[in-house]
Design a protein around this ligand. Structure first.
Ligand SMILES: [Zn+2]
Ligand SMILES: [Zn+2]
Length: 210
């Protein structure tokens, strides 16, 4: 096959996509500004979420400013945001957990290999192939990198989408998807109960960051 034919074959394997409005940084010194990104049309196990709220995590600032250039260099344009709450507007044919109109949440990960021992144990954040993070991770389906929640829509496999009670304060629920779980996870792991004191340390937080 010629290079051109191979390229065409690759293109036809890619799912159809649509445009989503976004806020992106074009470089490590530029401010966030309107931009457009491609989202895949939902596949059988995907949900398309119209984003209602997205928290601002300090990781977003690090990523936008390329502060992790030595281990997680930023690919520009960069669209951060991994504390996402929205409404399901489309659900693929095999989706079980969601239907149109449901409120859904997406945190720091949108995929993993799902086959390694960690994934099978439900600890995808430790995936041996490295989880696909919600932004600035290689996008296995569309190519390029993933784009986060500073957008009007996101498409995610239902396995990485959480159900959110729509009666809750949805704006307040968004930060639970990163900062909240980062705090709650060690408290639960170490069985911290009423009346006990817990000292936060950078190492404890980084050990559970996901
Ligand atoms: Zn975060
Ligand atoms: Zn894995």
């Amino acid at each position: 096959m010629t290079d051109a034919a191979q390229q065409t074959a690759k293109e036809t394997q890619k799912p159809k996509s649509f445009s989503a409005k976004a806020f992106a940084a074009q470089s490590k010194t530029s401010p966030m500004a309107p931009h457009t990104v491609k989202r895949r049309e939902p596949g059988p196990s995907d949900v398309q979420i119209e984003i209602l709220f997205c928290g601002v995590c300090h990781s977003d600032l690090h990523q936008v400013r390329d502060a992790w250039s030595n281990f997680l260099p930023t690919v520009y344009p960069c669209v951060p945001g991994h504390e996402i709450i929205g409404r399901v507007v489309k659900a693929g044919s095999t989706v079980k957990k969601f239907k149109e109109g449901d409120i859904a949440g997406v945190g720091c990960m949108v995929d993993s290999d799902r086959t390694c021992p960690y994934c099978r144990a439900g600890e995808e954040m430790f995936c041996q192939s490295m989880a696909t993070f919600t932004y600035n991770s290689p996008d296995k389906i569309l190519g390029g990198v993933t784009y986060g929640g500073y957008t009007d829509n996101i498409v995610v496999d239902e396995a990485f989408v959480l159900r959110i009670d729509e009666k809750k304060n949805l704006a307040g629920a968004a930060p639970l998807l990163c900062a909240g779980i980062t705090t709650y996870s060690p408290l639960r792991h170490w069985k911290v109960g009423k009346g006990q004191k817990w000292e936060s340390s950078a190492s404890a937080v980084s050990a559970t960051w996901a």
